[in-house]
Write a protein that binds this ligand. Structure first.
Ligand code: HDE
Length: 740
């Protein structure tokens, strides 16, 4: 192919500068990165010849119309003279603008903001004693696609708001696609799906001004949860550190409802699903989360994509709690059909059944993360449902919403939604049909297409509904009496937290209710807190400057569940980020050693220097600068190391913005701010060389918890590693918790 093939428009601007000039030789588009390959779509819903394979949607070297006609110009509309009106006959202009006009699809009514990743699930086989599901047999590997999300915010909202997170997994199994559509909190707001539009309307922005975005700190949310006290348990988890995860990688996931596993002989076991992150369960602190929303609203999305791109693949172990499938569907007095209740792990241990590794980023956000369609009714033989009234309503909602969100009933043909098992569904036609179905008899039974498709028996993998006995009953709109207890599990959760976690929870309630204008809503929520825990209620009431109400129900004795606390354990440090602050006074050989030691542990060191480029030492070594004093902010780092004096440049201009306000410590004000935030947020801080004196000038005393000062990287880096393993140095500030 020669450059002569290229049509050059007379008068079109061209750059003389070679590095910014438009390439003139046709080139193949860049291939996807090796870690961005999606699962192969093998569904026979494509044409048998592969001619309609969607991967051929964009190919060739030349710009074309949607019909494949080569184009020589896409920057100028066809006009009657260069200063004249645009002509209607410009078919390329009309096609280009029309397609653009229709680029958006409706965002999800909830869970609109999300981030996805591909991966693989490897089964340990431990569940195969109680389920015939093929993908849970020993050593079976199944491709997966996971989408994490916030619930309340719009598609462009910030990541680190206080909210529940969605955790949806699509398993492309040989027996059909199985979806586990869960959350990062094991209980839900409501017991019956009929209330779902109400809780969502209450939690979404107010309909008059459409504010606040992605927040629960407003009147309508607290109005609802204080009136529907079944929401109190979920709300308590939201107000705890679980509402502001450090990363999608450091969240637990829960199936919430009780499901039913079925073995080859038809025997059933009730189960609850859990995802346990290998990275540990960690959260942000509230002030940090708020700062992130301004500085980097894509914080969680970026963190997930970066870690996968860097090869630090996040992993979760899938586990199950098992319960006998008894007639009343309860376990230790807990109604397993009530989705506002969880079963403490101390009562039923979580048994690991497989490992999920996320190892590839999506190639295209819209095609994959936006168009993926999950559904709790996507089941495989060996996994069945229960009569949880919330789950039952979900079974209707997902397919229904996807028909409007994805523009018709054929969205299962989109590459991300295509099963990897053969599909022969007899569904025909409809909007966006891409399959070219052969045959004349899409009905059953038929004789014209040779009787195809045939019905499967259980022996060849048919899904058979468990013949559960349905209680003889009357038709009524009523909950069972076992659903009436709305407070004991909220109390159990709160009493299981450590004092520092309780303090955070108290602060969160005080903040959120402090944002409510209506006094009667605050009073009603305080009443609910009084019924949950007197100490919690008193602390929140004090913060609000309101009287402490008396409880109207007796507090039950609850056995705490230490497993719900996130503190007290050591976790792997791989994937955590350490900021190394340096300047001309730093010893570069120490920095090089620190970077090497951190890399060896899978930790990401980022060098922060006064300006971009490289830091060069006296012996000519050079280390690339990744963040400058201007672009760095504490929120990006799990730990900070000071290696230089970080005094302001002699020619520093007077500070104008808040970030560069003077704090009188003699340090560059931006570094001063970074240190004080990291200190307040209980992050590990290390120093050596001139960095030690710099820390002191910032008022950070090395006797305080979580400060590692030493001669150099050989002593400081291991100490920082230890501190990182515990996530934060919470002991830095005394915690009181709520009085019993
Ligand atoms: Fe959902 N939920 N939900 N939900 N849900 C949706 O489906 C719904 C519930 C969850 O990443 C919607 O395609 C009802 C519990 C996740 O694409 C919608 C009820 C749990 C996601 C819907 C519930 C969830 C959704 C919106 C009460 C945790 C994001 C867009 C009966 C176990 C999936 C869509 C993704 C999405 C309905 C309750 C988790 C409207 C009616 C409980 C993670 O269909």
């Amino acid at each position: 192919m020669s450059t002569e093939d290229h049509i050059v428009i007379p008068g079109a601007p061209s750059s003389e500068h070679p590095s910014v000039a438009e390439p003139k030789t046709p080139q193949e588009p860049l291939p996807p990165k090796p870690d961005q390959q999606g699962p192969e779509a093998v569904s026979p819903t494509g044409s048998p010849t592969g001619a309609l394979d969607s991967s051929r949607a964009q190919s060739g070297q030349y710009l074309t119309t949607a019909q494949g006609l080569r184009l020589g110009d896409t920057d100028h509309s066809l006009k009657a003279g260069s200063r004249g009106p645009v002509l209607l006959q410009d078919h390329h202009l009309r096609e280009k603008i029309t397609h653009f006009d229709h680029e958006r699809i409706p965002e999800r009514v909830i869970h609109a903001r999300g981030a996805g990743a591909h991966g693989v699930f490897r089964s340990y086989g431990t569940a195969s004693k109680i389920t015939k599901a093929g993908f849970l047999a020993p050593e079976v590997e199944t491709p997966v696609f996971v989408r994490f999300s916030t619930v309340l915010g719009s598609r462009g909202s910030a990541d680190t708001v206080r909210d529940t997170r969605g955790f949806s997994t699509k398993f492309y199994t040989d027996e059909g696609t199985y979806d586990l559509v869960g959350n990062n909190i094991p209980v839900f707001f409501i017991q019956d799906g009929i209330k779902f539009p109400d809780i969502v309307h209450a939690a979404k922005p107010h309909p008059d001004r459409e504010i606040p975005q992605a927040q629960s700190a407003h009147d309508t949310f607290w109005d609802f949860v204080s009136l529907h006290t079944e929401a109190q348990a979920h709300t308590m988890w939201n107000m705890s550190d679980r509402g502001i995860p450090r990363s999608y990688r450091t969240m637990e996931g829960f199936g919430v409802h009780t499901f039913r596993l079925v073995d080859g002989a038809g025997k059933t076991t009730l189960v609850k699903f859990h995802w346990k992150p290998k990275q540990g369960v960690h959260s942000l602190v509230w002030e940090e989360a708020q700062i992130i929303n301004g500085i980097d609203p894509d914080f969680h999305r970026r963190d997930l994509a970066d870690s996968i791109e860097a090869g630090a693949y996040p992993q979760w172990e899938l586990g199950i709690q098992t319960f006998p499938d008894n007639e009343d569907q309860t376990f230790e007095g807990i109604d397993l059909l009530d989705p506002t209740k969880f079963v403490p792990e101390e009562l039923a241990a979580v048994q690991p059944i497989g490992l999920m590794t996320l190892n590839a980023n999506p190639t295209n956000y819209f095609a994959e993360t936006e168009q993926v369609a999950f559904h709790p009714g996507h089941l495989v033989p060996g996994i069945d449902l229960t009569d949880d009234p919330l789950l039952q309503v979900r079974l209707f909602s997902y397919l229904d919403t996807q028909i409007s969100r994805l523009g018709g009933p054929n969205f299962a043909q989109l590459p991300i939604n295509r099963p990897q098992a053969p599909v022969n569904d007899m569904f025909r036609d409809g909007m966006h049909q891409t399959a070219v179905h052969s045959g004349v008899a899409p009905y059953h039974p038929n004789s014209l297409d040779g009787g195809c498709p045939f019905l499967a028996g259980e022996d060849v993998g048919a899904f058979v509904d468990v013949p559960v006995k349905v209680a003889e009953s009357i038709k009524e709109r009523r909950n069972p009496a076992s659903f009436d207890d709305h407070f004991s599990q909220a109390r159990l959760f709160f009493r299981s937290l450590t004092p520092v976690e309780q303090d955070h929870t108290i602060e969160a309630y005080t903040f959120e209710l402090g944002k409510c204008y209506e006094v009667n809503i605050r009073e009603r929520q305080l009443m609910a807190l009084a019924n949950i825990d007197a100490g919690l209620c008193a602390a929140v009431a004090t913060g609000l400057g309101m009287p402490v109400p008396e409880a109207t129900v007796q507090h039950p004795d609850v056995e705490p569940s230490p497993a719900v606390s996130q503190l007290g354990m050591k976790w792997p440090v791989a994937g955590r980020v350490v900021g190394i602050i340096a300047d001309a006074s730093s010893d570069l050989s120490q920095i090089a050693a620190a970077r090497e030691a951190l890399h060896a542990e899978g930790v990401v060191p980022l060098l922060i220097a006064p300006t971009g480029g490289e830091l060069t030492g006296e012996e000519g070594q050079a280390i690339p600068v990744q963040r400058t004093y201007l672009t760095a902010r504490s929120i990006e780092f799990d730990a900070i190391i000071m290696t230089g004096a970080s005094t302001p440049a002699a020619d520093a201009k007077p500070a104008r913005d808040a970030k560069a306000g003077h704090f009188g410590t003699g340090l560059d004000p931006r570094i001063d701010l970074l240190l004080s935030e990291a200190f307040r947020h209980s992050k590990a801080i290390g120093a050596w060389g001139p960095g030690v004196a710099a820390l002191e000038s910032a008022g950070i005393n090395s006797d305080v918890a979580g400060i590692a000062v030493g001669e150099g990287s050989a002593t400081v880096i291991p100490a920082i590693g230890d501190l990182l393993a515990a996530h934060r140095s919470w002991e830095r500030f005394p915690a009181t918790g709520a009085e019993e």
